[in-house]
Design a protein around this ligand. Structure first.
Ligand code: PGA
Length: 257
């Protein structure tokens, strides 16, 4: 059975004290989860050691990072390598977030290098894909997302693919309050699963967790997570408040699949 995952993406928010308090709040209300359900906290790099300490000994909740370098090591001022993240105890790394693609001009080739380095260092990859509003309006979103997956994941082998989780995040829904309808999410998730099946086979596609991201909140999480191909969420704004994030975690816990 494939896993459901609810992953927080704190983005560039919270002081260390605020981060500590947020994780304390999450841990205080965290429901008991089974082995098929996981929570990930992707904090800014400077929070990772603190968050790791707080999550030590807890089950079903892991530390994530929001990015890693496209190079292994060396003179790359300001970068953090996949090897450093692994060494720090990080389990997951978000790669290819639309904010990285747009504001930092990360193209599919750069993202592919990051995916390769993350996997080579034993990290789980949360690989983001998703279309902008113009693409959706032109009704070419399926081909666009397929291209992102093809360019950055199709060179992997079956064993590597097991360490990939896909997050579909329509850019027009990120931080805008405009969520994709559950029908739109399900349609794209099913498409993504068929793209994976076409290249890697049905078994690999069935095992792939595909998360939805973009204004996911407690009020819409139940409906989104009830969709057959929606295996959890990548959560921005609603992950910054313990109560809201716990609401989404509970929606995952209660999702019947
Ligand atoms: P949002 O962000 O939940 O604030 O829309 C999601 C994301 O970008 O990962």
């Amino acid at each position: 059975m494939r896993k459901m995952i609810v992953a927080a993406n704190w983005k560039m928010n919270l002081t260390l004290a605020e981060g500590r308090q947020l994780v304390e709040g999450i841990l205080a209300g965290l429901p008991e989860l089974n082995n098929e359900k996981e929570v990930v906290i992707s904090s800014p790099f400077v929070h990772i050691a603190q968050t790791m300490g707080q999550l030590k000994g807890k089950s079903h909740i892991y530390t994530g990072a929001q990015n890693c370098a496209a190079e292994a090591a060396g003179a790359y001022t300001g970068e953090v390598s996949a090897a450093m993240l692994k060494d720090a105890g990080v389990a997951y790394v978000i790669i290819g977030h639309s904010e990285r693609r747009e504001y930092y001009k990360e193209d599919n080739a750069t993202i592919t290098k990051k995916v390769n380095l993350a996997l080579a260092n034993g990290l789980q990859v949360l690989f983001c894909c998703g279309e902008a509003l113009e693409v959706r309006d032109a009704n070419t979103q399926n081909a666009f997302v397929e291209g992102q997956i093809q360019d950055s994941l199709f060179h992997l082998d079956a064993a590597q693919l097991k360490n990939i989780t896909i997050a579909y995040e329509p850019i027009w829904a990120i931080g805008t309050g405009r969520t994709a309808s559950s029908a739109q999410a399900q349609e794209m998730h099913a498409h993504i699963r068929s793209v994976i099946a076409g290249k890697f086979g049905n078994e690999a596609a069935n095992e792939m967790s595909i998360l939805y991201g973009g204004s996911c909140k407690p009020s819409n999480a139940d409906e989104l997570f009830a969709c057959a191909d929606v295996d959890g969420g990548l959560i921005g704004g609603a992950a910054l408040k313990a109560e809201e994030f716990l609401g989404i975690i509970n929606a995952m816990k209660n999702a019947k699949k």
